[in-house]
Design a protein around this ligand. Sequence first.
Ligand code: HEM
Length: 394
Amino acid sequence: MTATTAPPAARDRWEHRVQTSAHPVAYRLLRAIAARGPVVRVPRVGVVVSDAALAREVLCDTAHFTKTGPGSPADLWTPVLGPSVLLNMEGADHAALRRRLSGLFTPGYVAALCARVLAQPLAELPRRLAAGAEVDLVHVAQTCAGAAICEIVGLPPEPGRFGGAHAEAAEVTRTVRLWRHGMTGRQVARAREVLGRLTASAVTAYRRGGEETLPGRLRGLGLTEEEARGAVGAFLLTGTETLVSFIPRLVALCHDADLLDRLADGTADLDTVVEEALRITVPSPVMLRSVARSAEIGGVPVAPGDRVVVATLLCAQAYGPFAPERPHPPELRRLWFGAGPHFCLGMPLAMAQIRAVLTAALAAGPIAVTGRRAARRVLIPGYARLTIKLRSES
Ligand code: HEM
């Protein structure tokens, strides 16, 4: 299926604004490229793939496409995080580390983590709504992310820490640009300094061991101290801004499609709506690979050293506007979490956090979006502010 440059449907208009505010040039350019075909070679950018079935083939074919060659995520993250942090590994080493981590985000652990970590920020939400306050969901999502970060790095979840923890993790992702192949020396130094500070407590918790902290659990799963520090860094990079971006956009989409009341009374299925909102928003909008061996993608020849830009956002948008009642075809299924050996490790945690925030927002009574502003020039598109309020039914 090929993406089009057609104007967005009315209920997706705000999503279009969110995308163009974040990437005024790159988003329009990507859409224009995708309109030329499912696989297009673009000078200085790479080979852009915007078809879901072909994207899945690339992501699953690690013999030809790798995350470690030129132009791949390794270029970006190895100088900051070191060589062994999942995101920049391939082959037997990657498989072995994934195997050891497979027992980390189990349903029981994820449920307990959400209950513990989100208890304070989410108790506030229905209380403030019920008191008639206008609540900024971006701020709520950032506070929840800060609370999750404290847990991930092994710090006690004290509310006074949440804002600062989120701001530091966000600073690292902010230095990355969509088209840039790497970071400057100064950016690497700054990112290392910030991540070093955030992960220092993870090392302390790792050395202490035990099941009470995430770094302690990583030690129990057999990770070395270096691997545990890398895994914690990877979680902070991949699992923070994606959720801060997605949660307000989910609520905005549901508001625009008149779904909030139906979610609250159970006539709309929450999991189906969340999955469809992920298809429309795709919080991780592109995935990068480097060509390891000559191959073809949809008939387009690629050679070692070529950079492949899997435009997940465009792959997903090709299936039309927000429509939760329409099932996703097999080639598209959860592509927003990747495919193949690098499929998102944190998906169970992400889904549990999303469900928890949405449920808390709906718990106070009928809500509506009362104001919003799209964030400008950010890596992961999102709202800078999205306020909700309890509707008066009179
Ligand atoms: C809505 C939220 C999220 C989205 C959309 C998302 C999306 C993705 C995608 C697309 C990939 C694959 C990248 C590639 O193949 O190049 C990925 C990998 C990964 N994600 Fe997530 N993610 C989310 C939340 C999280 C959370 C909460 C965590 C953990 C705390 C997490 C941890 C990871 C890790 C560790 C990887 C690397 C896996 C590997 O390379 O083996 N993610 N994610």
